[in-house]
Design a protein around this ligand. Structure first.
Ligand code: AKB
Length: 317
């Protein structure tokens, strides 16, 4: 029986830690990592790795056949801020890679797909506080439009072709191992780096920009849990709301100041402010809790402690 996993976009922020977690859970030879460039030394040494462009159907299909892959995690994507600068490239990467994977599953070349959606599927007309699973969705960013369209296609492939596709609407993800690239929520990682390096941070969002966020360890656990759940438990085949915590730049700065009283924050909002203003401030995730038992563990102060402790070690190396 085929029983191998392929991660497309394994060298990105989520892909790096997801690869490590899947290799830990299933064994290193069961998990093939891939990206358009080589990963760091840990990634390359810890199991099979292939250079693949996720938008190239034949390249992905060849790897699926060669390694007898049955599960694909499609983590390659262009995030909100970068996709505003390169709309056509963002659309191409985010949609073509998804169709490639959905079509492999439709043709029974793979059995299960994980595809990440985002809080970016919501827009300025969505209720911003306690945003429910089912609500108005009129995204105003290229990234959000691609994620909302992707959700529709996932649901369509499930209903029409029986594709076992599972998805989460990730909030902003906070992690110390790999830097994010091109997102609007990236400030919530950069702030910890700058706190350690300079004791001050110039934030590209204003003080009141409350957004839903999650610690990487929680996000990885949610991803493993939704993929391990029995198929009948996954009742939503577009994408699940996933909540953890919500905070604004002033609140994260206050959390850092508890450990580093001399830390200072200033604000200089740029084009990303408009993106943040179009997204929810907090999310309701009743369906994820009820269907597959989701519950977050890390609150803001626990995240701050983990981030400062781990980044400090990294900078001392
Ligand atoms: C971004 O900021 O673009 C991402 C996201 C919320 O999906 N982190």
């Amino acid at each position: 029986m085929k029983s191998r996993i392929l991660i497309l976009g394994a060298c990105g922020q989520i892909g790096t830690e997801l690869t490590a977690a899947l290799r830990e859970k299933y064994g290193k030879h069961k998990v093939v990592a891939s990206d358009i460039r080589e990963g760091d030394a840990d990634m390359m040494a810890s199991g099979p790795f292939e250079i693949i462009d996720a938008t190239n159907y034949e390249a992905v299909e060849n790897i699926v056949i060669h390694y007898e892959i049955n599960e694909v995690y499609l983590m390659a994507a262009m995030l909100s801020a970068t996709a505003e600068k390169f709309p056509a490239k963002g659309w191409h990467l985010n949609m073509t890679s998804l169709f490639n994977v959905l079509n492999l599953a439709k043709d029974k070349k793979i059995e299960k797909v994980f595809w990440p959606s985002s809080i970016a599927v919501f827009g300025p007309t969505t209720p911003r506080v306690n945003t429910p699973q089912h609500t108005i969705m009129e995204p105003s960013t290229v990234y959000g439009i691609s994620k909302q369209t992707g959700e529709r296609w996932c649901e369509y492939y499930f209903h029409k072709y029986g594709v076992d596709v599972r998805s989460i609407r990730y909030p902003g993800i906070i992690s110390w191992q790999t830097l994010p690239g091109g997102g609007t929520t990236d400030y919530a990682i950069d702030i910890y780096h700058k706190a350690l390096k300079h004791n001050k941070y110039l934030c590209f969002l204003n003080a009141e920009s409350t957004l839903p966020m999650i610690y990487m360890e929680d996000a990885i656990r949610a991803t493993l849990d939704i993929m391990a759940a029995p198929a009948e438990k996954i009742k939503i085949r577009s994408s699940y709301n996933l909540a953890a915590i919500s905070f604004n730049p002033e609140e994260i700065a206050a959390s850092i100041k508890k450990q580093r009283p001399e830390f200072a924050i200033a604000y200089e909002p740029d084009f990303r402010q408009e993106i943040a203003d179009s997204w929810p401030q907090s999310i309701l995730d009743t369906e994820a809790q009820e269907d597959w038992g989701w519950k977050h563990q890390f609150d803001l102060d626990a995240i701050t402690e983990e981030m400062l402790k781990n980044l400090e070690k990294t900078y001392k190396k």
